[in-house]
Design a protein around this ligand. Structure first.
Ligand SMILES: Cc1cc2nc3c(=O)[nH]c(=O)nc-3n(C[C@H](O)[C@H](O)[C@H](O)COP(=O)(O)O)c2cc1C
Length: 307
């Protein structure tokens, strides 16, 4: 049909992801609809919506209050917060805000540091822990070094060791293939975040494009979350209608944090939640468990997306 603009740079996974997101259309259903309940339960906690704050790091240089201020915004909005790379002090400050937080630990070559951080997160009251497996390499395929700390790829056996090391739910961030998803399921992982880490790899498949095959491969063994390019309630709705349990909002929320701190974060999230509620109302989706699996159309073929 050719109604969707193609990415200017098809190497750029962020542009590919935006183009794919915009190529998904939604079928309205009004009869029998109602104002939906968009609240979500995750690991025994109830949240106001399935919108979550992405696993950020290094915000203190650019955003006053940094990650704890972001966490305050998540708490104000009643949503789940994720935290990326950072030391024990920063995680303590984040958790002191009262925001339910999922701590993502990097695949440090120093595995003792990984186990220590998993243990610290548990002791400090994190909701869940996990690892961004997509951050082991730099662009040349060499071990990545972040702030002087070297990374190392993770084997299925090591992943299982990390999972066993904690009694918190363990999440893997950066899954985009059935192969990795199946390894995660075998290792005892509770949930996977489909993500290309805002374009860490050229030509990386958009998370929503990968989702149906991954869901088919793992069934209901693990929950699936999505990030990358989730900027609006409509984006969130499409991910949920594709079968994601929840989504993380990334870079698009940063200007709100910068301009208005926690209140700005809350307002951005509330706007997304309103838009999500509107999309659910107009598709007769009365709550998150009742979003039909046949609402989405592919604009490029003019056909329904079959899940
Ligand atoms: C400033 C910044 C810092 C980030 N730090 C981490 C991190 O430490 N660990 C991690 O897993 N992801 C990190 N991410 C990636 C996000 O969690 C998320 O995957 C990505 O931003 C989603 O894409 P989007 O920005 O297009 O929404 C970071 C992203 C940004 C913008």
């Amino acid at each position: 049909m050719g109604i969707i603009k193609q990415p200017e740079n098809p190497r750029d996974a962020n542009q590919l992801t935006r183009a794919y997101m915009d190529s998904i259309l939604v079928e309205p259903r009004y009869l029998g609809s109602c104002t939906p309940d968009i609240s979500m339960e995750l690991f025994g906690k109830r949240f106001s919506s399935p919108i979550m704050i992405a696993a950020f790091s290094h915000l203190s240089g650019t955003h006053t209050g940094g990650m704890p201020e972001m966490a305050r915004g998540a708490k104000l909005a009643g949503i789940c917060n994720w935290a990326g790379m950072g030391d024990e002090k920063e995680l303590s400050d984040i958790l002191a805000t009262g925001a339910e937080t999922i701590k993502i630990v990097k695949p440090y070559a120093n595995r003792e540091a990984v186990f220590d951080m998993l243990e610290f997160a548990k002791r400090s009251g994190a909701l869940a822990v996990g690892m961004d497996i997509d951050h082991s390499f730099d662009v040349r395929g060499k071990p990545d070094v972040v702030l002087g700390l070297e990374m190392k790829p993770v084997s299925e056996e090591e992943l299982a060791d990390f999972v066993r090391a904690t009694d918190l739910p363990f999440i893997v961030k950066g899954v985009l293939s059935e192969a990795d998803a199946e390894k995660c399921a075998r290792a005892g992982v509770r949930g996977i975040l489909l993500s290309h880490h805002h374009g860490i790899m050229p030509y990386a498949i958009p998370p929503l494009m990968a989702l149906p095959k991954i869901r088919a491969a793992i069934g209901n063994q693990m929950e699936i979350y999505v990030d990358c390019g989730i900027e609006t309630g409509c984006d969130a709705f499409k991910a949920l209608a594709m079968g994601a349990k929840a989504v993380c909002v990334g870079r698009s929320i940063l200007p709100s944090l910068k301009e208005n701190g926690a209140q700005g974060v809350k307002e951005y999230v509330d706007n997304m939640a309103d838009e999500l509620r509107g999309m659910m109302a107009r598709t007769a989706s009365r709550d998150l468990a009742h979003i039909a699996g046949d609402l989405l159309w592919d604009a490029s073929t003019g056909k329904k997306i079959v899940l």
